[in-house]
Design a protein around this ligand. Structure first.
Ligand code: NAD
Length: 734
């Protein structure tokens, strides 16, 4: 069976239908390219064929993109010269798409070609848009749910099958920049307004209109502007005065946003700049060179592995125990505060019935009002409708009546962070719900095993740890207590899948995984302040290594009183072993002065009346005066990164993390760990275990035991082993 089929109708219009076998959406693989080329050759060679429609056999979509495993295959194809394999593989794709674009026309007179139209029933992403861009016209069905665009930049690459060159030539560098540099996706109407697609028609007229266009197209209609004489790039090429401004601005913007750590953004810009000054076929070659350059960069492979391949594997249940379907039909959310309100919202959006309980009716109603406000915002932005809002709201029963919890197959408790309050709630609920109900707690700090002591059924007790704000954060940490059974894990995973988030499953230990790693990052940042290191150096060092927020800004965002609360609780639990007294001095001093962070408009940063940061707070420098000698940038970056990655390695060594894929994906989605690196384990693999140990030794000598390399890292350094070799992509760690 092949993914492409070919037919010719009585009027001489050939239709190539893409229908990837065994997938709900079309995905391009190596064989697919070859099959597509065979059909194009057949159509061009057959005198009875007047033109071609390329469409999809899938309802509501054209194609979701490329199977990124193709890249690995191309790399392997030339043995020890992977760059050659990549370059030739990419040039092979260019040749096929260029054949579609030239469609058999005489290259000198530009006459005699056959019209080829892309008819898109819906979503067209990545190569699913690059093929249409090579066609002579793109007609899309008016399908509001469809997404059209080139999202490659999001996984650390850029459109490398001609999409970069064609889109910039079609729209100009300015017009193409949000689509290429931000991976912006549009529905068909917006894609038409942006100039990406040429025409939008009602879905039931798609093929009819495509055929009409093919039968009426003239020679001139099928010559791309960039193949015609005198072509000028819209908005101007780099040496045009307007084009010059665009390119200078884009370069500054990209460097400002990415701090130069994302190779794809930089290479994309270079490809566009160089490619827009030469004829199109040369431009394609330039694109292929830069694309190869990006694909050879370890950052791209690591991003693809974590953000595409492994993220998807985890979402599909890579670590789900083999028990029957545990999809949730009715969830009880206890506590309608900040977290409970968000959990109710995302559950109702997924079509799950929700009982939202709080101690007082006003509090429960306030929790439900969060969904109302969310839907209203969606309506204002034309992303939701009044009907959808009614449906979502009708799924949430906000009440104080615990008996409404009858029939819930999952409970998610999000009451105050107090073991006594949580125990009481657990007991009360277990009296009401059925024996099969799974009980989850959203605690951020309390051990699941301790909380499960209040339960009659600890094997059905589990942690489901959301991050704030629930509707925006993509990661959910699922925590197994000592007694937690497989069915509870499956229920939690099925729930996370229903609400379309990415799960990781970890064992119970202080701060689980994400908070365990992010707290030392914050602490290291504050410790640097106490040593007289310039706060601006600390913040910029973090951002220049790809952290979305510096440690001081992050503390302001999460609030200083939360830091104080966590510090006090940790100290109480650890006693004499507590290592962070120096850090606490700063936190307690700030809290006493009422500088509680962004919410108080005062923290490590100063803010104006509207809550906008105006710069680092000068009072900080008055108390902790700057030391005469400042450390170099790399030293600060090593301290900030090693504070996090060593905790990740310890979590793995202790069996808290069971799968390094979860460690990497969880770090990026949970706390924004330098996404360009692919996550802490991918980053350590990039620098290599021997080098990592060397850095640890130097940091330990200068800054103390917290940088001691874990035994696991020493073992790996001795064998020069990488994490992905040792623990394998599909292999569990512990
Ligand atoms: P919150 O104070 O905003 O909300 C707690 C809600 O629980 C309040 O509305 C309160 O009235 C209600 N409540 C308290 N006791 C109750 C009882 N016996 N029965 C019914 N309702 C009761 O707190 P939050 O920030 O939403 O946090 C809730 C839980 O989620 C905590 O365990 C917290 O540690 C955890 N958590 C918080 C965050 C965060 O960023 N805020 C992140 C992850 C997890």
């Amino acid at each position: 069976m092949t993914d492409f089929t070919y037919s010719v109708d009585a009027d001489g219009v050939a239709t190539i239908t893409w229908d990837t076998v065994g997938k709900s959406m079309n995905v391009m693989n190596q064989q697919g390219f070859l099959d597509l080329e065979v059909h194009i050759d057949t159509a061009l060679a057959d005198d009875a064929v007047k033109g071609v429609i390329i469409t999809s056999g899938k309802e509501g979509s054209f194609a979701g993109g490329m199977d990124l495993n193709i890249i690995a295959k191309m790399k392997e194809s030339e043995g020890d010269n992977p760059a050659k394999g990549l370059f030739e593989g990419v040039m092979g794709m260019h040749a096929i798409l260029r054949k579609i674009e030239r469609a058999g026309m005489d290259p000198k007179t530009l006459k005699g070609g056959k019209p080829i139209v892309a008819a898109l029933p819906g979503t067209a992403l990545g190569i699913g848009l690059e093929i249409p861009l090579a066609c002579h016209r793109i007609i899309a069905a008016d399908n509001q749910k469809a997404k059209i665009g080139l999202p490659e930049i999001m996984v650390g690459i850029f459109p490398g099958a001609g999409g970069t060159m064609r889109l910039t030539r079609k729209l100009g560098a300015m017009g193409a920049s949000p689509l290429l540099l931000e991976g912006k996706l549009n529905d068909p109407m917006k894609a038409k307004a942006a100039g990406v697609v040429d025409e939008v028609v009602p879905a039931d007229q798609l093929l009819e209109r495509a055929k009409e266009w093919v039968l009426n197209a003239k020679d001139a209609d099928i010559v791309k502007p960039w193949d015609a004489k005198g072509y000028k790039m819209p908005g101007g090429a780099p040496y045009h005065p307007a084009g010059f401004m665009t390119f200078v601005g884009a370069s500054a913007m990209v460097h400002g946003k990415t701090m130069g750590v994302y190779p794809a953004a930089k290479s994309l810009l270079s490809a566009v700049y160089e490619g827009s000054m030469v004829p199109f076929d040369t431009a394609l070659k330039i694109e292929a060179r830069w694309f190869t350059n990006v694909l050879m960069n370890p950052s791209s492979s690591a991003m693809i592995r974590s953000l595409f391949i492994n993220k998807e594997a985890l979402e599909k249940g890579a670590n789900r125990p083999a028990v029957a379907d545990e999809k949730v039909s009715k969830v009880g959310v206890i506590g309608a505060g900040m977290m409970g309100a968000g959990i109710a919202l995302v559950s109702a959006l997924a079509g799950i019935k929700v009982v939202l309980i709080d101690a007082k009716q006003e509090a429960a109603d306030k929790g439900k009002a969060y969904t109302t406000a969310y839907m209203d915002k969606g309506i204002a932005r034309k992303k939701a409708t009044e009907e959808k809002k009614e449906v979502v709201l009708s799924l949430i029963n906000a009440t104080t009546d615990y008996s409404a919890l009858k029939g819930c197959d999952l409970i998610v408790e999000a009451v105050f962070e107090d073991i006594g309050v949580k125990a009481e709630v657990t007991k009360k609920i277990e009296e009401i719900v059925g024996e099969d109900t799974i009980f989850a707690t959203n605690t951020s700090t309390l051990p699941i095993t301790d909380l499960a002591k209040a339960s009659k059924r600890p094997e059905q007790f589990i942690g489901i740890h959301f991050f704030s704000p629930v509707d925006k954060m993509l990661l959910v940490e699922i925590i197994k207590g000592k007694a937690t059974g497989d069915r509870a894990v499956a229920k939690a995973l099925d729930f996370v899948r229903q609400i379309r988030k990415t799960p990781i499953v970890v064992n119970d230990a202080r701060f689980f995984y994400a908070n365990r790693c992010i707290i030392p990052y914050i602490n290291e940042g504050i410790r640097l302040v106490t040593e007289g290191v310039a706060p601006a150096l600390i913040e910029n060092a973090a951002k220049m290594v790809g952290m979305p927020l510096g440690p001081l800004q992050l503390t302001d965002e999460t609030s200083i009183d939360l830091g104080v609360k966590i510090a006090k609780a940790t100290k109480a639990a650890m006693g004499a072993d507590y290592p962070n007294d120096t850090v606490d001095e700063v936190l307690f001093w700030m809290a006493d002065a009422g500088r509680l962070g962004r919410k108080a408009n005062a923290g490590f940063f100063a803010y104006d009346d509207k809550g906008k940061r105006t710069g680092l707070w000068e009072g900080l420098g008055e108390k902790y005066s700057l030391s005469d000698t400042q450390p170099d940038l790399t030293e600060v970056q090593h301290r900030l990164l090693f504070a996090q990655v060593l905790e990740a390695v310890r979590a793995l060594e202790e069996g808290v993390l069971m799968d390094i894929r979860e460690g990497d994906v969880g770090a990026i989605l949970g706390w924004g760990f330098a996404p360009w690196s692919g996550g802490p384990f991918s980053w350590l693999d990039m620098i290599g275990a021997p080098r990592a140990v060397e850095i640890c030794e130097s940091l330990t000598a200068s800054h103390g035991e917290r940088f001691t390399a874990p035994k696991l890292l020493h073992d790996m350094a001795a064998k020069n082993e990488s994490f992905y070799e040792r623990f394998g992509a599909n292999q569990k760690a512990a």
